[in-house]
Ligand binder design. Structure first.
Ligand code: ZN
Ligand code: ZN
Length: 267
């Protein structure tokens, strides 16, 4: 089964093909292999050279348990959608997250985000993709954009680096231009869950029609999925047929199959 739908389903705008097997791709692969040989990444948890996280440290990482809500990945006892996501009328089709945002994943993400270790993107993307089903079909991979001011400050968008690696693995186009962030928002971690959807509501806009397109959003870490939900709504407004999202890790939080207090919800 082909993973890649015809490009003509993606209407207008520039689509950067990163998955095609070309001489340039071969060179990039060789360049990556050379860089990895000369400057092997070190394990973020124990410092051993070889990978972003060595096998013994990775073995201590906490995988998110199943069964879980398909829209927010929180544990469930039955069904595939938790009460909160149902009440919030979430539009995201599927959120894929393999790990809890706790050590050693937390250390690896911190090095990637704040210590300018861009080369960790390949290893972290591989870890993130362990949450994807093997038969997933998407037309385009889209990174969750940072606000322009935040990206200038950091010098790069770590979500975009991860998304590029994911697109390469899926042999699928990457489009880093279609989705824009209209305003910066306070960090989600500083807000209670009930305020997070409101915090990011209307923060994104898709710049062209996406009729019939199956989209995979990529970000590094998610908390409640509120940012991914806001991005999903922007893509849906332009006709996206299916929107899934992939993140490497999710911050630990309360169980969500407990019926929420209605006064906590923004309906
Ligand atoms: Zn280690
Ligand atoms: Zn849920």
């Amino acid at each position: 089964m082909a993973r890649l739908a015809p490009l003509n389903r993606i209407q207008g705008g520039a689509v950067l093909r990163v998955g095609t097997r070309s001489a340039a791709d071969g060179l990039r692969t060789t360049g990556r292999a050379l860089a990895a040989a000369l400057f092997p990444p070190r394990c973020a948890a124990c410092g051993r050279p070889g990978a972003a996280l060595c096998q013994p440290c990775l073995a201590t990482a906490t995988r998110l348990p199943h069964p879980q809500c398909r829209q927010c990945t929180r544990p469930l006892t039955y069904g595939d959608q938790c009460a909160r996501c149902r009440l919030e009328q979430r539009r995201i089709d599927h959120l894929y997250v393999p790990y809890a945002y706790t050590p050693p994943i937390l250390q690896a993400v911190h090095r990637f985000k704040y210590a300018n270790k861009r080369y960790l993107a390949a290893d972290l993307a591989t870890l993130a993709m362990s949450a994807l089903p093997s038969n997933l079909q998407v037309d385009v991979v889209i990174p969750v954009p940072l606000a322009a001011s935040r990206e200038r400050q950091r010098g790069y968008n770590q979500g975009r680096l991860l998304a590029a690696e994911v697109a390469r693995h899926l042999d699928c186009p990457l489009d880093g231009n279609v989705l824009i962030r209209l305003r910066d928002t306070p960090p989600q971690t500083s807000l209670p869950r009930a305020r997070r959807l409101d915090n990011v509501r209307g923060a994104f806009r898709a710049l062209r029609k996406l009729s019939g397109t199956r989209i995979l959003l990529v970000d590094d870490v998610t908390t409640t999925g509120a940012t991914l939900e806001a991005a999903t709504r922007a893509l849906r407004r332009r006709g996206a047929a299916w929107v899934g999202a992939l993140a490497l890790a999710r911050t630990p939080e309360e169980r969500s199959d407990v019926p929420p207090n209605p006064s906590d919800l923004l309906l």
